[in-house]
Each structure stands twice: as structure tokens, then as C-alpha cells.
Write a protein that binds this ligand. Sequence first.
Ligand SMILES: Cc1ncc(COP(=O)(O)O)c(C=O)c1O
Length: 361
Amino acid sequence: MTETIQPQPGIMEIALYVSGESTLVGKAEVLKLSSNENPHGPSPAAKAAFAAAAGALHRYPSTDHAALRRAIGEVHGLDPDRIICGVGSDEVLQFITQCYAGPGDEVITTEHGFSMYPILAHAAGAVPVEVPERARVVDVDAILGAVTARTRIVFIANPANPTGTMLGGGELRRLAAGLPAHVILVHDGAYTEFADGFDGGAALVDEFPNVVMTRTFSKIYGLGGLRIGWGYARREIIDVLNRVRQPFNLSEAQMAAAEAAVRDVAYTRWCAEENATWRKWLRNALMQMGVGCDESFANFVLARFDSADEAAACDVALKAEGIIVRRVAGYKIPEGLRITVGDEAACRRVVEVIARFKGVR
Ligand SMILES: Cc1ncc(COP(=O)(O)O)c(C=O)c1O
């Protein structure tokens, strides 16, 4: 027998996901600004709901997530029957790719796009097709120009990670309107709540049958450790996605915490305001030191140094002070460091260390 066990086509093309570092050798205390987490944590109501769920751990959870979908629908003004919940928005992205792309199909991603998109495309046996961005902003014409008869999905995050930039309403609509009917536009809204007044693409989903929006509880809701996300699309698409979803993919503890979090609108608004204040302050401070920084619409900024070497040296200087940020060479921005917007103390600390590194203080 010469035959050996082989994985499905595409699996071995996958480059393993690299998550933000969270520890430093020799440092008991670190300031972690590498994974875009909410520095204030979840709403107290979410923590209480999570604790209360401990009383029923022997029970299987609801399979239809009805209470959570109702809460999301009420808060965001959406039809709960057009919502699907997943283990992080990553799982919803996985459902979409698994259901709509297969061997030989093409999945369009962008130059600095979120690294899960090509991973998911490969996992489905499809071919990721990367198109250029224009000065770290998604380029609608480049995407439309790359569409072929084999294209099944276009992935964009808006606001984008790790650039923090955003496509305006007009450009976004032009993209959705320009895609042929056989292509799904996945509008990944992981950072929606940090972009003041933005609906995350919900109106676009209502207007175009082939647009799907994904959202997460990991960022503004401060529940990254609990893994809850959701998607919004036309009913026919939600019905398809539900067929590959495991019946008990979310625990009651996850759902209870998420429901309490989404209903705590005042806390969410406060987190968004704090983020906006310190994001602006951080960007201004970086630019005053001669560090490039595009306007960010998310909960992080992308600091651009003069070279990859300078970014690496600054990363070392930050780590020496116990501060972990994210290198983004893997996102084709070797001169960049992505810095999560922390609380006031965190922002001041990171700026102080970078200023010392740059010799301006
Ligand atoms: C653009 C983008 N989409 C999706 C996710 C996945 O988030 P989660 O699976 O925690 O909902 C992230 C997390 O970093 C992200 O940055």
C-alpha cells in the first residue's frame, strides 16, 4: 500500500492564525494592547448574567438562540429571523465560506485584509484572490476588476483591521451594486460600534440580496473570552447557514452574557465615547512625534514608522516596558505597529515609551 492519509485540498495551504501576544518572559505584569480588547471589560450586567448561568450548567442550551436574537433585533432594529449567532463572528464567517465556496471557486480578499479570510477560503478548498488596496483603504475598483465567473465571496472588514480605515457609504454602495448576483459581499462589522453613527452595513443587507453583515461581542462588548458573534442576511441565506451550524454551538452562559451586554446600551455608548476620545488623543500624539497614523474608525490605531527596522526596534522598546502591541508585517505593513486604544493610563504609558524611543521627550 503506497497510499497515505491526505487532508482535503487547500488545508495544507493554510498558514496558522497568529493571535496577539499576551505574555512577556520575565514580566509578571503586562499591558496588553495587541488584540483590540475593550480595556474596560464587559458591562457589569453581562458579568452578572454569566455568573447566574452557572446554576444551570447541566442543561443543554437553546438551539435557536431566540432570546439573544430577539435582544439583538430590538437593540439594532433588525428582524431576529434574519440573524444567526456563532462562536465568535469567526464561526459565522466560516459558515458563509463553507456554504458558498468550494473547490475551484475564488474568494476575494484585500491586500491588508483580516487574516482569517484566506484561511477560511483554503479550508473550503477555494482559492483566495488578493487585490491591492489604495493607501491602506479598500479599493472598490480593484475588487470589481477581480471578479470572475468563479468568484463566490468578497470579504471586507469595515472599519478594517489592521488599518482602521473605512469605506464611506457611497463607496460601499458602489461595491455592493457593482457585484454580480452570484457573488456574496461579506461586510465584516467587527468594529462597527466604534464608528460613530454607522449601521455596520445593515441597510445594505436590506437593499441587496447578496450582502451579509457579521458582528461580534468580542470588541466593544468586551466579551472576546466568551466567543459570541452574529450575522444578518436575507432569510434564505440564514436558512442555508443554519444547516451547517451545530445545534448547541452557543452555551446559555454565552447567550445570557451577550444578551445582557447588548441591552446595556448606556454602557456600550460610554465605551464608544471613551474609545473615540483616547483614539484621537493617541493619533495626535503619534503624529506629533512624526509617526504616521491614518484616521482610525476602530478601537486601535496603526502607527507607521520610517522603516520595518524602526518598527521592530520600537516593539522591543515597548516590550522592555511590559507593553505588548501587534506587529503587522504579516499584513504587509512591516513598518507598522497596531496599538489597541486602552484606557487613559494605558494610552499615556504607550505614548511616553514611544516618545522616549523617538527621542522627543
Ligand atoms: C475584522 C475582524 N473580523 C472578525 C474578527 C473575529 O472576531 P470574533 O471571532 O472574536 O468575533 C476579528 C477579530 O479580531 C476582526 O478583527
